[in-house]
Design a protein. Structure first.
Length: 279
């Protein structure tokens, strides 16, 4: 099972790295659109000093990976090294698309969407692209800030001063691209990776708990509670599940007790043996 997850995550990171490199090589750099974080610094190095993006990406990200070893799980860091390696390889390859246009808003939008998709795939596969995503992961883990929002903050620190190199107009396009990538990243992680916290209040709580535990093999917490008006004890069930499990869980509860109160909330960060994805 562990080998299967390792292969799945490793392959997913390679796909994400390819999409990421296409966004940079075919849409951003040819149209002098910057980026944030380390990627932004690689673009500035390329525009100003003609330094190959792959070399800058490898060196700067290597330094941030060292920082990540202190604050993040070792598995995340090794996946990040894998991602940085493949991004550097794909950045050295010839352009896949060779797209060019004078309507720079088009590559800005496409580049932003592709970057968001690529980062969502890599983060969903337990990795990062190093750079600002490592800093965003740290902010997410210790401050509870969404990955995309934290990354946007760190990226803007680089993107705004880049206007002196790429020009004011391209700096504005860079900010648009960063915003789009952050929105896409947050949306995708929320859709495919976010957990749901389900609170169930029912007189049939024991039957519901037993049924859910049997069907979903899911940990369930019983919380002692008391109704304010009736002053009667009425235990609550608290369950963390995926969006896919939720679609089945609610009908199961309804078949046992149609009067049950089911409250669902989105959980951004969870930490447990089987729930290590931080969103």
């Amino acid at each position: 099972m562990q080998e299967k997850a390792l292969f799945k995550n490793g392959l997913g990171i390679i796909i994400g790295a390819l999409i990421y490199a296409v966004a940079i090589n075919d849409f951003l750099i040819p149209h002098h659109i910057g980026e944030g974080g380390v990627t932004g610094l690689t673009a500035i190095g390329y525009y100003a000093l003609a330094i190959p993006p792959a070399a800058t990406n490898l060196v700067l990200n290597g330094l941030l990976v060292i920082v990540g070893f202190k604050y993040l799980e070792k598995q995340t860091i090794w996946y990040s090294v894998w991602a940085v390696l493949w991004i550097s390889i794909f950045l050295r390859l010839p352009h896949f698309i060779g797209y060019h246009t004078t309507q720079t808003i088009i590559p800005t939008i496409i580049g932003g969407v592709l970057m968001g998709v690529a980062m969502a795939i890599i983060i969903h596969c337990q990795g990062t692209i190093a750079g600002s995503t490592i800093l965003a992961k740290i902010a997410n883990r210790y401050l509870g800030i969404q990955n995309g929002s934290a990354m946007l903050f760190f990226d803007l620190i680089v993107a705004i001063p880049s206007g002196f190199i790429i020009g004011f107009q391209n700096m504005l396009l860079t900010i648009i691209e960063l915003y789009l990538s952050a929105v896409v990243l947050n949306k995708l992680l929320a859709k495919f990776g976010a957990k749901r916290a389900v609170t169930i209040i029912s007189d049939q709580y024991a039957t519901i708990a037993q049924t859910l535990s049997t069907q979903f093999h899911q940990g369930i917490t019983i919380i002692k509670a008391q109704g304010y008006y009736s002053q009667n004890d009425r235990p609550m069930l608290y369950v963390i599940c995926t969006a896919k499990q939720l679609a089945t869980l609610v009908p199961v509860v309804s078949t046992i007790d149609q009067q049950a109160l089911v409250a669902v909330e989105e959980v951004r960060s969870v930490q447990a043996e089987q729930l290590k994805q931080l969103l």
